[in-house]
Design a protein around this ligand. Structure first.
Ligand SMILES: Nc1ncnc2c1ncn2[C@@H]1O[C@H](COP(=O)(O)OP(=O)(O)O)[C@@H](O)[C@H]1O
Ligand SMILES: [Mg+2]
Length: 257
């Protein structure tokens, strides 16, 4: 399955209001095409405003493209087709606390996608959630915790649990780990590497951290003003980038972990 996730000509505009009658059309993504193999991890990098979040949102189905297609295993994903998308493509949310309901326990919130998407009994669903908590390094007790009772690293684990729950083929993430402390971030990166190995899931993530990109990505896609200016293996782009922008994006910051 080499054409696992195929993005073709993906284009998105935004209209920016510049006053009463003046509008400016911004091309956030300009005819992007690339193919991802099953199980590959792709890092999307670029300066602020280069279109990283737009690309992630389009793949997640949160936004609709003006042109272009997204094909998963030969089937084109239609905009607004949440029923098929929510099982196949899941998102790791950036801010664990803000994306969770403060009034309901972690367990209740993890059970929700199972009510809608499986025909399992209540006991089976509970078992599955407890199993998933264990997979992401949380304890059975956390099932009954409310979001505010968890530390940031544990919340990141809950976000990952939510993403892997329905055994998706693709997981997307937008700057999901950037805000974590370095030591916790390293643990979460290792967890993601282990889970990817175990599940064979494809990961497409946007990041501005060279350190996260180097540790996680098989390939790197470089965006500049909505255009894809480079797409190659992480090793190639670190050792021999064709664009000076790629070099500066990958070589800034502290690369130790
Ligand atoms: N909802 C929106 N309305 C108007 N312009 C937007 C919106 N979202 C993004 N943009 C514009 O699209 C471009 C790409 O944004 P974005 O995908 O968020 O970039 P990045 O994540 O790389 O910082 C930017 O110029 C941004 O200002
Ligand atoms: Mg962004």
């Amino acid at each position: 399955m080499n054409n696992h996730l195929h993005i073709h000509n993906l284009t998105k505009y935004y209209v920016k209001q510049l006053g009463w009658l003046k509008q400016q059309r911004i091309c956030a993504l300009d005819a992007i095409s690339f193919t991802v193999k099953q199980g590959e991890t792709i890092a999307v990098i670029g300066e602020t405003g280069s279109g990283k979040s737009t690309l992630i949102k389009l793949i997640a189905g949160i936004e609709t493209p003006h042109a272009g297609t997204i094909t998963l295993n030969g089937l084109q994903l239609k905009p607004y087709d949440y029923a098929s998308r929510c099982c196949h493509i899941r998102m790791i949310f950036q801010d664990g606390l803000a994306s969770l309901d403060p009034q309901r326990t972690i367990g209740q919130q993890l059970l929700e996608p199972l009510w809608f998407n499986t025909r399992w009994t209540v006991t089976e669903q509970r078992e599955y959630v407890l199993n998933t908590l264990q997979k992401v390094g949380l304890l059975p007790e956390h099932f009954d915790f409310y979001p505010h009772m968890l530390a940031s690293g544990q919340l990141a684990r809950v976000s990952i649990a939510r993403a892997i729950l329905l055994n998706p083929q693709v997981i997307v993430a937008d700057e999901a780990l950037g805000a974590l402390d370095p030591s916790i971030r390293a643990q979460i990166i290792n967890l993601l590497i282990d889970l990817k190995e175990e599940m064979g899931v494809t990961l497409v993530f946007a990041s501005h951290s060279p350190e996260i990109v180097r540790h996680l990505a098989d390939k790197i896609l470089v965006l500049h003003h909505g255009k894809m200016i480079e797409f190659d293996t992480t090793t190639t782009l670190i050792t021999n980038p064709q664009q000076s922008l790629t070099r500066s994006l990958l070589h800034t910051g502290n690369l130790t972990i």
